[in-house]
Ligand binder design. Structure first.
Ligand code: PLP
Ligand code: COI
Length: 339
């Protein structure tokens, strides 16, 4: 294992030894394989550079209590990436090949997978972009699929300290647009809002539904999860948010492991004050508690407060991370053992 101060690393890119590359040309993907070259060389007119034809994924490899290395539901990342590619008129990278490539990158960089209990994990970033030249607006003819990995610590500094969000004046996604897929363009769209929120002292944005600006959507990089005063789990339902794998897993954990009632429905901004707890969920965020949302000067404070995670959020967090780290038995098919 590499000699890093594992408990103190942030959510930053660190270059590791091996990454996976496959190229698409003349209607098919080549054999693909690992390379030590971390740089991408493409034509000046590549579709990614001109019209932003790109999609990506994010998943983690975990070192478990018994010393194995596993990934969590990578099949869902493979499927979501196929959906993203289809929406962006890109070729799909086959699911079995995606899974094998993730395994290969993890195995080749096993020394970079943080130790069990350190709080750090190995983040994998599969991505695909148009490498072929296009000058008229149309899909490119050539693509590149890659996966690299980097060890990461917590996404939000300060660990489990509750976050303060602000209701954004900007929209993240358009109605009937691309909010439901993992396209880089959605994130480019969110950067200005992100900078404005940070400059004003907030941790993140709460984006509203773009059509009516009355319902809660998500943040720039995670879905929302709310807990009612009766310990019910509520998650926003919308066609323009990313179908988070963490959120879908937490819904199952809440119902089947914790015996909680779960409702997936539109959540109005106006009802936020009625919730007892709020959290952001995602691969990078895991579950990060939210203590307060500020809506143009009006403070909406959750009953769980600003010092620690609410009790139900904590149970969800402990159960999910317990499954990921091998302390709690996982539902069939959730854990893929790599080595
Ligand atoms: N929403 C957005 C906009 C994201 O970028 C992410 C991160 O992947 C999520 C939600 C959470 O999705 P997942 O749980 O699949 O990581
Ligand atoms: C993830 O959670 O994997 C994400 O992609 C969120 C963020 C880093 C963009």
């Amino acid at each position: 294992m590499k000699n890093l101060d594992w408990s103190n690393i942030g959510f930053e890119y660190m270059q590791t030894e091996q990454r996976y590359v496959s190229n698409y040309k003349d209607g098919s993907w080549d054999e693909g394989g690992l390379t030590t070259d971390a740089n991408v060389v493409i034509n000046e007119c590549a579709g990614i550079l001109q019209y932003c034809q790109e999609c990506f994924e994010g998943l983690k490899a975990y070192r478990t209590e018994d010393g194995s290395i596993v990934t969590f539901r990578p099949d869902l990342n493979a499927e979501r990436m196929m959906d993203s590619a289809a929406r962006l008129e890109m070729p799909q990278f086959p699911k079995e090949r995606f899974l094998a490539a993730v395994d290969a990158v993890v195995k080749a960089n096993a020394d970079w997978v943080p130790p069990y209990g350190s709080g750090a994990t190995f983040y994998l970033r599969p991505y695909m972009f148009a490498s072929g030249p296009v000058i008229g607006v149309k899909p490119a003819a050539e693509y590149q699929f890659r996966i690299f990995g980097t060890p990461v610590g917590p996404y939000f500094k300060g660990g489990v300290k509750p976050l303060t969000l602000c209701v954004s004046d900007f929209d993240r996604a358009a109605p009937h647009g691309t909010g439901h897929i993992k396209a880089g363009l959605n994130y480019a769209m969110s950067l200005h809002a992100h900078s404005v929120a940070h400059a004003a002292g907030y941790d993140e944005n709460m984006f509203l539904d773009p059509a009516t600006r009355t319902y809660v959507e998500e943040t720039g990089g995670a879905n929302f999860l709310f807990i009612t005063k009766d310990n019910e789990v509520v998650t926003p339902k919308s066609d323009s948010i990313l179908p988070s794998i963490t959120r879908r897993s937490l819904v199952y954990v809440a119902e089947h492991y914790l015996g909680l009632k779960v409702t997936q429905r539109p959540v109005a901004l106006a009802e936020l004050a009625d919730f007892a707890e709020c959290g952001l969920c995602g691969t990078a965020a895991v579950i990060s508690p939210v203590g307060k949302v500020v809506d143009h000067g009006k403070e909406i404070c959750f009953a769980s407060g600003m010092t620690e995670m609410g009790p139900i959020t904590k149970k969800l967090y402990d159960t999910l991370t317990g499954i990921q780290m091998g302390r709690i038995e996982a539902p069939e098919g959730w854990i893929r053992k790599i080595m």
